[in-house]
Design a protein around this ligand. Structure first.
Ligand code: ADP
Ligand code: MG
Length: 450
């Protein structure tokens, strides 16, 4: 079988398995060369290879086996695919901002760092894993974004699946539950829906705050909850707030939630942040020096997901540029990310539109004439440089533009800046205006093309 045909077959398998978004991000840029029983996967750069090896190697090996009917060895090679840093970062962010729909096998108790901020939640989750439905039912975890709720409840699910072989675990977000319910109502599938949920031995329902104000869904969830509860099945719920602080949550659900164990997660202290960062970087194949770990932990950020994002970027730059991870590098990468926190995308849109004599709604519109597209790209560039928003987030703020449109826009302005002094002047002015004078982000990540 020629390599192109083989790769096509493998791609189709992977697309079906991974879904279109992950496929487009990570698999579509790859190629394949065949050398006997050896499949050489061609990837745009080292970082890409690391990512694929870590996340998709087993998928690829399996797909190769399916297509050829034989076991093939997989190796990797870098091609000069013209794939640059900003595209890689866009890809990472797209993936980071996609919420999980299934239990993530990588979230376990073994790689959860326990500190005073989360020890009660951790202990409760462990107790629940040992004997689901026995203690603490329901278990309700709440706390701010990125404090480890998903990690912990996923660890419970993984543990139960591994150690209680006959037990059925269902993981969903309250949004997925709502959508499934709507489909069931629409297509006459209520019986199947109810049966499915009411058969579970353990139901993990995340981000229950999104049920606020959805009466029909709350009613259905109430009945599901009661059925499971009365038959001694485990219910685990997460939310960003305590039940009574969720306005729009029915009283009877609130009471049910409060009848079990409520555990809140607090922001990690510096020591815990250091331990988490060191563990995460070890997972990514790097021994982080204490100096760098402390530097990152001292940042005011408490969202662990954001801290991990710093780490990913530091690592990506170190690999691209072939340099060691030093304090200096960390400062260079994280400095601009942290300094920019004061600016939001909406502020950028306001400043840019007024400079170009437009309305914010023009930037958000679908208009494609140059008098709008150029300022829009300037807004993309500045939002990228000055705010913490990811490419997809910037796209959404601009009225639902695709993340690849934002990547292109940013790149366009970066190219133009070198050639057009007037534009460079405008952009500098806007930056100064947005940052309120003094502070200019250092020559960091973004100016290097990211
Ligand atoms: P939440 O659901 O509360 O928003 P997540 O569980 O998604 O937060 O955590 C965000 C990221 O931070 C995940 O990658 C998770 O593994 C990591 N994380 C958070 N707390 C810890 C911890 N105590 N130990 C290890 N990783 C953690
Ligand atoms: Mg979560």
């Amino acid at each position: 079988m020629p390599a192109s045909e083989l790769w096509q077959g493998v791609s189709e398998h992977l697309r079906a398995q991974l879904g279109i978004q992950e496929y487009e991000t990570w698999i579509a840029p790859l190629g394949l060369r065949r050398e006997g029983s050896q499949a050489v996967i061609l990837a745009p750069n080292r970082f890409f290879i690391d990512w694929i090896r870590e996340h998709y190697l087993s998928h690829i090996a399996l797909a190769l086996h399916r297509v050829t009917g034989q076991q093939m060895d997989v190796s990797f090679e870098v091609t000069d695919g013209g794939f640059d840093e900003s595209s890689v970062m866009a890809a990472v962010e797209t993936l980071e901002s996609t919420p999980p729909t299934l239990l993530n096998p990588l979230y376990t108790f073994a790689n959860f760092v326990v500190g005073t901020c989360n020890e009660l939640a951790h202990a409760a989750c462990q107790a629940v894993s040992q004997q689901p439905g026995k203690h603490y039912n329901p278990l309700f975890l709440f706390g701010g974004a990125g404090l480890g709720k998903t990690h912990l409840v996923t660890a419970v699910g993984n543990y139960i699946l591994l150690h209680h072989k006959n037990k059925r675990v269902h993981y969903c977000t309250s949004e997925a539950f709502t959508n499934e319910l709507i489909q069931a109502v629409r297509f006459d599938g209520m019986n199947r829906f109810q049966e499915k949920y009411r058969q579970m031995d353990c139901l993990i329902m995340e981000d229950v705050q999104f049920l606020a104000g959805r009466e029909r869904t709350q009613e259905e969830f109430f009945h599901t909850f009661n059925t499971l509860y009365e038959t001694g099945r485990q219910i685990i719920i997460t939310s960003d707030k305590a039940p009574r602080d969720i306005s729009g949550l029915e009283q009877r659900l609130c009471t049910r939630f409060e009848s079990g164990l409520l555990c809140d997660l607090q922001p990690p202290d510096e020591e815990t942040k250091v331990a988490i960062l060191q563990r995460k970087s070890r997972e990514k194949g790097l021994e982080l020096s204490r100096q760098v770990a402390f530097f990152l932990a001292r940042q005011p950020e408490t969202n662990v997901r954001v801290l991990e994002g710093y780490l990913t970027r530091i690592l990506a730059v170190s690999r691209f540029q072939g340099v060691e991870v030093t304090l200096d590098l960390a400062r260079r990468v994280v400095g601009p990310l942290v300094g920019e926190r004061r600016v939001g995308v909406e502020e950028v849109l306001k400043a840019v539109s007024s400079r170009y004599g437009l309305k914010v709604s023009d930037l958000k519109s679908g208009r494609k004439t140059r008098d709008v597209t150029h300022p829009r790209q300037v807004a993309m560039y500045l939002a990228r440089r000055l705010t913490r928003s990811s490419f997809p987030e910037i796209g959404r703020a601009l009225g639902g533009k695709d993340h690849s449109t934002v990547v292109k826009g940013v790149k366009k302005i970066e190219e133009m800046l070198g050639k057009e002094p007037n534009l460079a002047e405008d952009v500098r002015d806007l930056e100064r205006e947005l940052l309120g004078g003094g502070y200019m982000p250092g020559a960091g990540l973004r100016t290097g093309g990211m």
